[in-house]
Design a protein around this ligand. Structure first.
Ligand SMILES: Nc1ncnc2c1ncn2[C@@H]1O[C@H](COP(=O)(O)OP(=O)(O)OP(=O)(O)O)[C@@H](O)[C@H]1O
Ligand SMILES: [Mg+2]
Length: 236
């Protein structure tokens, strides 16, 4: 059984429908990429899963129909959403941002252990644990947003352009961190990216959106071999 399945999902802002029937499946422990140009509907697809936009069709998570749930209800089921543009709380410390990710957990000892473990994995955050999030660099904020999502012990993480605005070396570091967290936790993820080279470094499957429709879908290697993908996303 898939962890997440989207069947013919539509979404609209007001009366303007911007997704016209998206299909997507994420297997347990799997990672699926969503590629596409600006405005194709990548962010809206993640918002549809999180209950942040008016949707049609079917969204099934862990065997349960979740379409129509509120964002907090979706999060409580174990879906963590790292929004485009990071979304850390600037006026809170690094540590408090991380702990907010864990606010639903009752296992406070394990939360403390996870926090320390995360700060070991990402020493640049550990060293700044008492600093305000506002004082972090872009790459550090991205790490923090991802770390906060993992602190909730989710079953599924939705990542919206983790590489956006980062220097190539920093973006690669962020992706290595995501891979490491995934190896450790075995969770599933959906990764939105315009940088297909980075996306393909972690996903096994991907879909390509064009103006609110899925135009290509398949295993990573198959997509990487296609001329259309190479020209549009992999630099020829
Ligand atoms: N809050 C909103 N209100 C109205 N229309 C919106 C809103 N957010 C997005 N749209 C429209 O929905 C369509 C899909 O936008 P979306 O943000 O999902 O694209 P995207 O693929 O994530 O693009 P990008 O790569 O630029 O982040 C676009 O035409 C956009 O203009
Ligand atoms: Mg977007």
């Amino acid at each position: 059984m898939s962890v997440l399945e989207l069947k013919n999902v539509t979404a609209a802002y007001g009366n303007a429908e911007v997704l016209h029937g998206i299909n997507l499946k994420v297997e347990p422990g799997g990672a699926v990429g969503i590629l596409g140009a600006n405005g194709a509907g990548k962010t809206t697809t993640l918002r549809a899963v999180s209950g942040m936009v008016k949707t049609g069709g079917e969204i099934i998570f862990d065997g349960r129909k979740i379409r129509g749930l509120r964002p907090d209800q979706v999060a409580a089921l174990g879906i963590a959403h790292v929004p485009q543009g990071r979304g850390t709380l600037a006026r809170l410390s690094v540590k408090d941002n991380m702990l907010i990710g864990a606010y639903r957990r009752k296992d406070s000892r394990a939360v403390t252990a996870d926090l320390e473990h995360y700060f070991d994995l990402f020493p640049q955050l550990g060293a700044r644990r008492n600093n305000l999030a506002a004082a972090l660099s872009g790459g550090e904020q991205q790490m923090l947003a991802i770390g906060r999502a993992f602190m909730s012990k989710p079953k599924l993480v939705l990542l919206d352009e983790p590489s956006l605005g980062l220097a190539p070396g920093t973006a690669k570091g962020v992706y290595e961190a995501i891979s490491e967290l995934r190896r450790e936790s075995g969770l599933s993820m959906v990764v939105v990216e315009q940088n297909a080279v980075l996306a393909f470094s972690i996903v096994e499957h991907a879909i390509v959106l064009e103006t609110g429709r899925g135009v290509l879908a398949g295993p990573r290697d198959e997509l990487m071999g296609m001329d259309a993908i190479r020209e549009a996303y992999l630099g020829g």
